[in-house]
Design a protein around this ligand. Structure first.
Ligand code: PMP
Length: 359
């Protein structure tokens, strides 16, 4: 009989705590502004709610495992062939599928740090090893990332714009980087925030992957399309890559309700992108207000701003909590603040203005 008092788990789990998403806080006077998870501040459109309702009446059946109607709708919207698309349970689900496809002991995955928090967890769970390349001036150091690639590197993430700093890499530097990556190493352009980009020099990954069979583009319905609660994301890449990734799909993991909502959202793209325009205007107002107030805020192409607060990060986060404003702190580094409605943003700006940040 074994002496162990608990079941044995993989030792890699000791390095992580279970993922803690942005929380909801309430001020003493009952106010609550959730600016911690980069969601759309607005609920689904009536046409999307109707589609969800129709799909709800059929949930006794399994969903379409191939997500065929949704794949066709994405194909039509993005102008890419359907066999270039692989759908998953959120783009984080697609990230996991990618790592299932390439990760194994001895394999390395290169990405900038700090970047999206799921990368280290999912890389480790796949059995591969993370190679983190520090950001330079809050943005990807693509030259250093190219230098970090070895014959063991199977995948490189470029989060564009980067979560949590909001900074984006431009076409010339990205193309120069892609030219340096060996053909047998996948490059994943994580474009979760693509719709918020206004800098014309930041390339759309969908215009880059065509000539490059090792480049894959990640998109999500969670941000601009406002379906974070339904978990749908997708990858666009050459058919051989998309097919390999589809093999790692957890059967039926994208629900029929999610598929129906995504199809209806694609049909309402113009209305949803008009909402994105409002968020972009608010983003620029928030950043300009902070800059005028003496804060240092990197240029952002996403639906959030980044404040590098160092040792004062948790103090700032507590000041926000006290006013019912939840932000996403990274202890010792800084805070990421999502752009919400004008009222929500004003609540955050009031806390920022009262915080003695120059001290
Ligand atoms: N990539 C990046 C860069 C993100 O910031 C996020 C969400 N925070 C995701 C992927 C995952 O989004 P989802 O799984 O909701 O599609």
């Amino acid at each position: 009989m074994s002496e162990a008092t608990t079941p044995r788990f993989r030792s890699v789990l000791d390095r992580f705590v279970a993922y803690k998403p942005g929380k909801m806080v309430v001020s003493p006077d009952g106010r609550s502004f959730k600016l911690s998870s980069n969601e759309s501040p607005l609920g689904p459109l009536p046409s999307v709610v109707e589609a969800i309702g129709r799909a709800a009446g059929r949930v006794n059946r399994y969903p379409d495992n191939a997500c065929a109607e949704l794949t066709e709708a994405i194909s039509a919207r993005q102008g890419v062939p359907a066999d270039h698309i692989a759908v998953g349970c959120g783009s984080v689900g697609v990230t996991q599928m990618l790592l299932e496809a390439v990760g194994e002991p001895g394999a390395e995955v290169v990405y900038a740090w700090r970047s999206f928090e799921a990368y280290p967890l999912l890389v480790s769970l796949s059995g591969a090893t993370s190679v983190q390349v520090p950001l330079r001036d809050e943005t990807h150091d693509l030259a250093a990332m190219a230098d970090a690639i070895t014959e063991r590197t199977r995948l490189v993430f470029v989060c564009n714009p980067n979560n949590p700093t909001g900074t984006a890499v431009r076409r010339a530097e990205l193309e120069a980087f892609l030219d340096r990556v060996p053909a047998d190493c996948l490059v994943v352009l994580d474009e979760a925030y693509r719709e918020y980009i206004r800098d014309a020099d930041v390339p759309d990954g969908l215009t880059l992957y065509g000539d490059r069979p090792n480049v894959a583009v990640l998109r999500t319905f969670s941000k601009a399309y406002g379906l974070a609660g339904l978990r749908i994301g997708y990858l666009v890449a050459h058919p051989a890559v998309a097919e390999a990734i589809r093999k790692t799909y957890l059967p039926f993991c994208v629900s029929s309700v999610a598929q129906a909502a995504a199809v209806a959202s694609l049909a309402a793209t113009d209305e949803l992108l008009a909402r994105v325009d409002e968020t972009v205007k608010e983003r620029d107002r928030v950043r300009e207000t902070l800059l005028a107030d003496g804060w240092t805020v990197p240029p952002t192409e996403a639906n959030f701003v980044w404040l590098r607060l160092g040792e004062r990060t948790m103090e700032f986060s507590a000041a926000c909590d006290a006013q019912g404003v939840s932000v996403r702190p990274f202890a010792g580094e800084g805070a990421r603040v999502s752009i919400g409605t004008p009222e929500e943003n004003d609540a955050f700006l009031a806390v920022a203005a009262a915080f003695p940040h120059r001290a």
